[in-house]
Design a protein around this ligand. Structure first.
Ligand code: FES
Length: 410
């Protein structure tokens, strides 16, 4: 029998932030099923993982029509793993997907007793029926925050729009992420497993209505990480395009790029009508990427890092003039050196020096309350270093606003 776990609270470490009451989901408060949603999402890192050596009863579950016996007090995902199914963060042939593991993305959804349920957090129970193939007529779901109007947009918002002093975009933020960044700048969305989910059409209707209300043409989706649930995202953009068929409408995806394979980019642009893509490889060196993202497995980190850089090159090589590309770079001296900032600029300039690069001044958040937000002067220094690599359109986010290049990108 493989080891099973349960979580406890270390009351000494608890910072009483109440995230476990209003952000993170606990699917079984009276008897932990070891889903680890609270372990990953607790800002105070006050959850302790315990190996459960106690005896467990067996329960019967029916998977794809076949009855199996599995230990009680586990999730659907764990039960399927015990039966030989595999789940992965990175999409793999023959694997089921569970990229966030915290209940936000719904990419792990299966049919449980005829209803769409998240395998990563749903507890098993006696007699439960599970279908691992979800029929195409079952609408995908996803937890979404917003829509909200935005005066500056994201990394793929052209810099010359950022200083208009009015709303320029409406955005939604999707819950769930495949990374575990200790300084996650949007952790209350990322680790939200509680908010009722939306279908792609429901989200597209809300965003279209917000576009009209705020009189903007740009409609963005950010996260968390929007690309985790591919079916939901492609459907969402299709619906959004249908509701906004005019030429002024801009459909903007803001992603870390770590799961964006070439065929995924093609589908987003050609089927989904995406016009603006923001990508954020985060680093050049894998050790830096691991430090920023909290991904401990070096092979996985390298693969995610490579995929994001390859996506940057693929969009440049195949969609120049059709898709506006913006690249993001998180900056804080606590996790990236100025030498690596320079390397990042050199690498991006070698792909195309005209790509917009937006450097984000990472502030203390989530599990990294110890860092200090870089000052505007520090960010200007970063800007100069990057411009020294030949990049023509470097924008830095600072506490006093965005500072962009002097001339407009063509
Ligand atoms: S992996 Fe289950 S909701 Fe994201």
């Amino acid at each position: 029998m493989p080891e099973l776990y349960y979580c406890t609270v270390d009351v000494e470490a608890c910072i009483n932030c109440l995230a476990c009451s209003y952000v993170i989901i606990c699917p079984s408060p009276k008897s932990c099923v070891g889903c680890l949603a609270c372990y990953h999402g607790c800002p105070g890192m006050a959850r302790r993982l315990m190996v459960d050596r106690g005896l467990r009863r067996a329960v019967n579950i029916v998977v794809n029509g076949v009855t199996h016996r599995v230990p009680e007090r586990i999730t659907v995902k764990k039960a399927l793993e015990l039966l030989g199914y595999t789940f992965s963060i990175y999409p793999e042939k023959g694997c089921l997907q569970a990229p966030c593991g915290t209940g936000g993305c719904y990419a792990c959804s299966l049919l449980v007793d005829g209803e769409l349920k998240r395998a990563c957090i749903t507890p098993i129970r006696e007699g439960m029926s599970i279908e691992t193939e979800v029929p195409v007529d079952v609408e995908p779901l996803r937890i979404v925050h917003g829509p909200q109007p935005h005066p500056v947009g994201g990394k793929a918002t052209p810099w010359w729009l950022k200083s208009r002093g009015r709303y320029i975009e409406v955005a939604i933020w999707t819950a769930g992420c495949n990374l575990r960044c200790p300084q996650c700048q949007n952790w209350e969305t990322t680790y939200d497993g509680r908010t009722p989910p939306l279908t792609p059409r429901e989200a597209a209707l809300m965003v279209s209505e917000a576009r009209r209300r705020y009189n903007v043409d740009r409609m963005a989706v950010s996260g968390g990480e929007p690309t985790l649930n591919r079916r939901w995202l492609i459907n969402y953009f299709k619906q959004l395009k249908k509701l906004n068929p005019d030429e002024k409408a801009r459909l903007h995806l803001d992603s870390n790029g770590t799961l964006l394979s070439k065929d995924y980019v093609d589908e987003l642009v050609n089927e989904g009508g995406v016009t603006d893509i923001g990508l954020e490889p985060k680093a050049v060196r894998v050790e830096t990427f691991k430090r920023i993202t909290g991904i401990a497995d070096t092979d996985l980190a390298q693969r995610l890092l490579n995929t994001s850089w390859e996506a940057v090159k693929y969009v440049v090589d195949n969609y120049a003039g059709r898709v506006f590309l913006g690249v993001g770079l998180p900056y804080n001296p606590a996790f990236v050196s100025m030498e690596e900032v320079y390397m990042f600029g050199v690498k991006l300039a070698s792909i195309n020096p005209e790509v917009q690069l937006c450097v984000l001044d990472y502030f203390p958040a989530f599990r990294r309350r110890d860092i200090t937000r870089p000052s505007p002067l520090e960010m200007l220094k970063v800007k100069r270093v990057l411009e020294g690599t030949g990049l023509k359109f470097v924008v830095v986010q600072t506490a006093i606003g965005h500072i962009g290049p002097e001339r407009r990108a063509t």
